[in-house]
Design a protein around this ligand. Sequence first.
Ligand SMILES: [Cu+2]
Length: 620
Amino acid sequence: MRNKRRPLTVLAAITIGLFAIASAAPVTGATLPPTLERDTMQLTDTPGNWFRSEATGSPVTTLALGGRVDFVVGDFTETRHTATLLIKPTTSQLQVDQDAAWRGGGASATFDAPGVYLFVCKVHPYMTGVVAVEDAAGNVPPVTSGALPFLSHLGAASLPAASVLSVLPMIAPTEAEKRQKWDIQAAADELVPQVPGIGEVWVDTQFEAVPGQTGEHGDEKPGSITVVDAASSRVEREINGLDPQAKGRWNNPHNMWADVREDTVYNANWFGRWANKIDRATGDVVESMEVGQAPTHFVSDPNEHSAHFETLSLPLSAGNNILSVLDSGGFDIADSSPTGEGRNHPHGQWITSDGAQTVVPNMFKGMGTAGSISILDTETNEVLKEIKAPAVQLPVAAGIKGKTKAYVANIGSGQVSVVDLASGTLTKNIPVTLTPDCQSGAQFGLTDTLQAPIQTPVSPDGRFVGVAVMSLTTVARPCTGSADHVAVIDTLTDTVVARVGVGRAGHSAGTHGANWQPKLGGGYYLAVANQHSNVMTTVDPDPNSDGNAVDAAVVGRTILGSGASATDGTGGQGIKPLPNVYDGWVQDTVALAGTLNPEVDGWIAQLTSCQRDPSASACN
Ligand SMILES: [Cu+2]
């Protein structure tokens, strides 16, 4: 019975959590500030305080009925955003949205009904702001299950506004609220995998506060990179933007890739306009370059037979284009091309193992959350096919099985779209999110689950897709024991065969990043990054090695921060295990064995023959 908690118990836990907050020192998320007629929300680069009210200094403001909020994308952020109304009272007619990421003023909202309004940025959907609007008696009405179907899965027709706010981990402007909602663990919670990994794991600890790490307007910008030694499961190095070559060009470091020799790590800054080149062995930042608005993920062309070998692709998520970046001693932008018709906001691409095609999720095309999936010719960036479908809502990241099949995670629909690359058609949508009462299905959208699938890498042997499913609340699911989970898709059936809970009940881990790493002796681990936690999670998709992932489990927890501050080691988003063992890339590194940095040569020497060439017929 221990895994069969009833929804009512979850509801009681929320209410108890609310009382715990209310009885502690003043906490802005729960104690609503005084009534205003008008406020301005500045969009910022500060974790937990992304929409910052000028009146309250927090992402929550309270207005009188008929009050107005102006949204400004100004000097507190270094890129473009949207202010998009996602949840509102059923009695409101208000619509707020933009067809593209923008800078400046121009977006505003006048509130026509009392209740709770939730705003997000469609480029960075965990950027969240809340406007509470009072009725004539000065009360903020409860949030109803009509406005937020999530609540009906808790067995509640409505909940007090403060209760709803108390479970949103993105509304966490203060140290106290982060500790309350985020999954901050201690050294004693560490779990070293029984079978070690090989190499290193680089984690973009994007939310870590780094004193003195300032942006172009002198305010502090978050983020570091934490490097874990896979053999010992311990942190071996931290890299940040205080390096002279990164200063002022480092803001929310988001995702990384490495060159074929594993000598260089490339990093993109999602709330800025810069990319960094880092010496892997020393951690020294050797170059930073302005590339454009909100760059996301680097992936290299693995076709060693082409002149384009190792050309890096880099989408600009607050724009329309993908860049081709060369590193021939220094950075050089060789091409910039649109990833579809009209507006695109491209995010986390992947490339086929032969380098021929690049699959790009275009997060949104205009008003609303409808996006598209583009298939590009990697060498020319020509759009070969652009796919639109009802399930393709805020598509954010892609993974590819060999050169045949792509898996694209959709934040808006909670589904992973399967694309057959030979025909360029969407063949299936796989629901991966869970309602609070553990239902899953195409009918349950973002407001039913308040969960969002993010990264979807395919294991190098092509067997499994590991989907990082981020929870936008702290509400644990009875079937996983956690608010967040990893969904494991078996690529033979394209169905979810396991859901592995990540993080402690009552907190949000913010499971966001995932990538496969080699396991000593054969097989792979899924290395998982959690943005609301100081923990890197190691998932074994198949602990008994029988080829079936029903027994997938968490086998490792690495504590990435000392706990000195609530943000130390948090923000885990991009995660890059080295050596890069994906099919198409690993063979190129293996071919250089004996000529590599001795440490890298040592890693390659530990790989099994199947890890050295996962495409070999004996290996899959
Ligand atoms: Cu944004």
